[in-house]
Design a binder for this molecule. Structure first.
Ligand SMILES: Nc1nc2c(c(=O)[nH]1)N[C@H]1C(S)=C(S)[C@@H](COP(=O)(O)O)O[C@H]1N2
Ligand SMILES: [Mo]
Length: 421
């Protein structure tokens, strides 16, 4: 028996009771000031959550919502139309390495189709022994694999080729998201149909109004391509390609055909619209490169980043993402002196192939203007280039595959802005 401890506990109990008596109600209406996230109910906030029973599951609607205090959602992008449209992931407000499914970036060329999975089939034909049709239910009965991969639109960061145009990291780097995907390897389906000896490319086709088509080298299809139906523990979101999509780890986002309905095996690429007029890289000399498929190593600091404000000098934890389409992230380095010296950042999760990593770096801000930069090195030894290295190589004609080091300037007032140095 330890009386002092007991006394302390009684005091606490009393304090709680007094507070309840003083307000005269169990729950205060403090929550009324809170704007709840879409779909979330507003509950009263008790003075002491241990003194009233929590709410029961009778209000459960069969699918949960976020806390009423979590209001953060992405800022709307300026879309030219509802049909060709996009959203950006708010990278600065996601936690950990996965993107919540409802915040996965979106890119649609013909709107988001409504597809009944019971009436949707995947056709696999062309240079095969026996052409086959797979229903969604049949695909789900095959052995599946579950892997974490990022998807990055090759147009991510296109605002940065000539001037520092993006105001914040959602707009500069938000065409990047990471999910845990579940599906069937293409290799399994290839064994079921039997590939002819001269099979070299596969056409993937979507069932949206854009009928998006891309040609993929057979080696990639057989090594790690997945026909996925699952995303982060549930069915794909309609926006991510429900009920089926192609996932090509590390390849440019455009090739991850959503609402996948057809795969045609051929001995040559199909030279479709999306891989000839669009999604090519215009070089300095006016010629265009075709099939630049793997995304090169890249990284970005998400805290502090554009449009944020550091309240005062002191201790901060720099945070961000790094990724590469060519295997694992090997290292992330931080520079606080415009690239003269680089210091290793901590990698917060175990690097996996073709998956983002979170990095962090403890930093003391002395209150003077400074430029923060991050640099990714991948397991092939490739080092993310500076602008001074990238622009002479690529010119400024290109739209896609910009992967230069991002610079955020901290002003003496603590404001953070996008700069090119
Ligand atoms: N059928 C189809 N697949 C598609 C697209 C599309 O418009 N239609 N957009 C592509 C592009 S350009 C990208 S970057 C990715 C975006 O995937 P997400 O919307 O799931 O982020 O899907 C690709 N797959
Ligand atoms: Mo894209």
């Amino acid at each position: 028996m330890r009386p002092s401890v007991d006394l302390g506990r009684r005091k606490l109990l009393f304090a709680g009771a007094a507070a309840t008596a003083a307000t005269g109600l169990i729950g205060s209406r403090a929550a009324a000031d809170t704007k709840a996230p879409p779909g979330a109910a507003l509950y009263d906030v008790p003075e002491d959550s241990t003194k009233v029973p929590g709410r029961g599951v009778h209000e459960d609607h069969g699918y949960g919502t976020r806390s009423q205090f979590e209001k953060e959602v992405r800022v709307k992008a300026d879309n030219p139309s509802d049909i060709t449209s996009w959203t950006f992931t708010p990278l600065a407000s996601t936690i950990g390495n996965l993107t919540p499914s409802g915040l996965h970036f979106e890119r649609h060329h013909g709107g988001i189709p409504v597809i009944d999975p019971d009436r949707h089939d995947l056709f696999l034909h062309g240079l095969v022994d026996v052409a086959k049709k797979f229903s969604v239910a049949e695909l789900k009965r095959l052995p599946s694999v579950t892997r974490k991969y990022f998807i990055e639109c090759s147009g991510n960061t296109l605002s940065e080729w000539s001037k520092p145009k993006g105001k914040n990291v959602q707009f500069t780097h938000g065409l990047l998201s990471t999910s845990e995907w579940t599906g069937v390897p293409f290799a399994t389906l290839a064994r079921a149909v039997g590939l002819k000896d001269n099979a070299a490319w596969v056409l993937a086709e979507g069932a949206d109004a854009a009928v998006m088509t891309r040609s993929i080298p057979i080696a990639k299809m057989l090594s790690d391509a997945l026909i996925v139906y699952g995303q982060n523990g549930e069915a794909l979101r309609p926006e991510q390609g429900y009920p089926l999509r192609l996932v090509l780890p590390g390849f440019e986002g455009n090739t991850h055909i959503k609402w996948l309905r057809r795969l045609q095996v051929s001995d040559r690429p199909f030279m479709t619209r999306e891989e000839t007029s669009a999604y090519t890289d215009l070089m300095k000399d006016g010629r265009a490169k075709l099939y630049t498929l793997a995304m090169d190593a890249k990284s970005v600091i998400t805290f502090p980043s554009g449009e944020m404000m550091l309240p005062k000098p002191g201790q901060y934890m720099i945070q961000g993402f790094a990724w590469t389409g060519r295997g694992r992230v090997h290292a992330v380095d931080i520079s606080l002196d415009k690239g003269a010296t680089w210091l290793p950042a901590r990698i917060d999760n175990v690097p996996e192939p073709m998956c983002t990593v979170r990095f962090s770096f403890p930093w003391h801000w002395d209150g003077k203007p400074v430029v923060l930069q991050s640099r990714c090195t991948d397991e092939t030894g490739y080092v993310q280039p500076t602008r001074a290295e990238l622009i002479p190589l690529r010119g400024e004609n290109a739209i896609y595959h910009y992967n230069a080091i991002q610079s955020w300037a901290i002003g003496a007032d603590g404001s953070v802005s996008n700069v090119h140095i």
